[in-house]
Design a protein around this ligand. Structure first.
Ligand code: 5GP
Length: 205
């Protein structure tokens, strides 16, 4: 067993169902946590501070950048979003697997600074289905819907940079696929150096 938890980065276009998939995964896997980001956007109906996001002012966000508090951060649809570094490091050191549900700009930063992470891109079953899901969510105006669809196209093109793609046709199926990835990743040689070393020592006559 590797002692450090896995850092699992999940991206995908707006409306693909990242949030739903991550919440479903959390229910299934006790050693999994989702990192709570800071954002300068306003809370949507039903969203809670400290649960969905830490909602902060642009000034507070800038201060966190200056203090080096972010593992990564990005400006997405005119608002800032960032992953608090210390909380994530603490959870990984405690052996928990941590999910970052972040956009492609942020994921590309993490690929540079934490290449041992696991990078997963969620795809919708089709473009039409993606549009449906965003419209059904009812949180977008005509203008922001257009923006999100345009951004979706360029985001999907970045899927090539990830290690895994998962089609989110059904939430349970997507969760199963992600669980399979997590299981396999834990068995990679690079994550089990200590185990191998200990065994080599043990069998030394
Ligand atoms: P929403 O406003 O719909 O909650 O999120 C908008 C986008 O920001 C989504 O693609 C979401 O994955 C991304 N996002 C959320 N938190 C973070 C973060 O901490 N860092 C980055 N880079 N993106 C984030």
């Amino acid at each position: 067993m590797s002692q450090h938890g896995l850092l699992i980065v999940i991206s995908g276009p707006s409306g693909v169902g990242k949030g739903t998939v991550c919440q479903a995964l959390l229910k299934q896997k006790a050693d999994l946590v989702v990192s709570v980001s800071k954002t300068t956007r306003q809370p949507r109906a039903g969203e809670k501070d400290g649960v969905n996001y830490f909602f902060v002012t642009p000034e507070e966000f800038q201060q966190s950048i200056a203090d080096g508090d972010f593992l990564e951060y990005a400006c997405v649809y005119d608002h800032y979003y960032g992953t608090p570094r210390r909380a994530v490091e603490k959870m990984l050191a405690a052996g928990r697997d941590v999910i970052l549900e972040i956009d492609t700009q942020g994921a590309l930063q993490v690929m540079q600074t934490y290449p041992q992470g696991v990078f997963i891109f969620l795809l919708p079953p089709s473009g039409a289905e993606l549009r449906n899901r965003i419209v059904k969510r009812g949180t977008e105006t005509q203008e922001t819907l257009k923006k999100r669809l345009a951004a979706a196209k360029s985001e999907v093109e970045l899927a090539y940079k990830y290690q895994y793609v998962i089609v989110n046709d059904r939430v349970e199926a997507a969760c199963e696929r992600i669980s399979a990835i997590i299981k396999a990743e834990k068995m990679r040689v690079m994550r089990n150096q200590e185990l191998i070393k200990a065994l080599v020592e043990e069998v030394k006559e």
